[in-house]
Write a new protein. Sequence first.
Length: 593
Amino acid sequence: MQEPERLIPPDERQRLAELHDFAILDTDPDDDYDRLVQLAAVLCATPLGALTFIDGERQWIKSRVGLVATQTPRETAFCSHTILDSDRLLEIPDVSAAPAFTAQAYGPQDPSVRFYAGAPLKTRDGSSIGALCVMDTVPRELTPAQRDALGKLAKAVAAQLVLRKQLRIATQTDRLTGLPNWFHFESQFTTCGAATGVVAFVRLKTVSQINSAHGFRVADELIRQTADRLRTFGAGGTVIGRIKRGLFILYFPDVDLDTFTKSTAPALTDMLQASYSVNNLVLVCPVNLGFAAYPRDGKTLDDVVNAADAALQMAIERDEPVAFFDKSVDNVLSVHYRLEPQLRHALKQGQFVNFYQPKIDLASGNIVGVEALIRWIHPERGLIPPMEFVPALESTGLISEVGVHIIRRAVADWARWRAAGLAAPRIAVNVAAAQLRNDRFVDQLREVLEELGVDATALGIEVTESVLIGNMERAIRVLTEVRALGIPVAIDDFGTGYSSLAYIVTLPIDDVKIDRAFIKKITADPAYEGIVNTCISLAHNLNLKVVAEGVEIEAQAQLLRQLGCDQAQGFLYSPPVPADRLALMLAPATQRA
């Protein structure tokens, strides 16, 4: 064998950039890719097979059949030759007769390779980032049908890579600004590994007014320009993310707190409050900024972010541009705890009630489920919206008690509908993080069902991804026990900032609910249609049902039907309504008349 030479495709720089964009290197084993490699080996009747990616210095093996090696030097890899031509399947009938190759390419722990066939993994831009290959320990040739099958399987692998990349970008990156969303920001904070730093929340104070006055395109452009300013200001290591419409989060690692307070914070404020030029308009958008020091104000990311959020609320309440966290003046929690006696009284007096919003089967138009949504009927103030009291329930720890009350009320309403001869649909109840942390949560579900004499067909639960992030191990254990009761689990608000393919594959869930933010723009922006289509395809590949939230117009419903979405809920069908109103909707048309 001749000395191995470095085989470099002409598009090497672009090829490596694309490979790293897929974020596939050094990832955990994956059943989908393993099955494709196994299928390739079976169809080609070979004992060995592999899915490989050619990095700068190495061949990394994602999936394998009959091999032990996880990586080899690039210079000795068969697949280094395969990627030289992204339009050709490379076949070596007898390795011993080809001086450029070595039979021990995978190392002494693996069988000697006498036959190799590899199909390149071609990206949409034409580069080849790796190969799907099969090998044998004796010389041979593939049949034409086997060559065709190997090529088609390689295309299937490439398509899977592209689909997962699209989903990762959609779920980890803010589309408007290109900044990381919360989940990605959290990952970058952890990777940063700085011992100290400052977390900042940046709120564009009048972005809603600008949107109303000049339209959403102007407001969007102002947000994009704000993101560009933050990138420029934070060049050199600052971690920047966008949380929602006019809210950004930043982490300044390894900064001196005194210098930051005296110089950096004022400079950031001045930079953000300078005028913007958008569509020949000169706009000024005041800001509120909340700062907290890590680890002084919080030893974990969650804690320091909560402190920065409390500082931001303080700046908003004081109508000042900047506030630093002060443990002695944590106004938000103070408000919540002042509200606690009223909340306890409301729970005791049965003032918390359920409203129900139907879920519609898009194929038939029938009601196939409902979501229970908490409301507070105050004897003096009337109907109080959730945002005015649910955060206080969570802060004060009352959410667990109220959560059980809501579940019991939902099951009781279901039993009444069934007793009235109605086709009572399953009721999905939202579950908070505190409920999942409660050791008795699963027992409480079982006890409510037994107490009211109904089975698990009455109930489902919905959890947001943010609820799961804190302790994924525990969440998986609890949700597995919930499903063992026969109660299905749905992931709510899918795609709003925490979503990860790894989480969706790992979690014991039955349904995925696509967030209303995607549905709102599905008919106006082809990119959002693509994101929703990707989510639906992925969910269906994982045998999950898909529910679209926030459907408001028929055009959205029509497009969702075309994309294969299973169910929808939103104001097009019905707002959340009291139990008696929902009962009328469940009654046959003759009875309603």
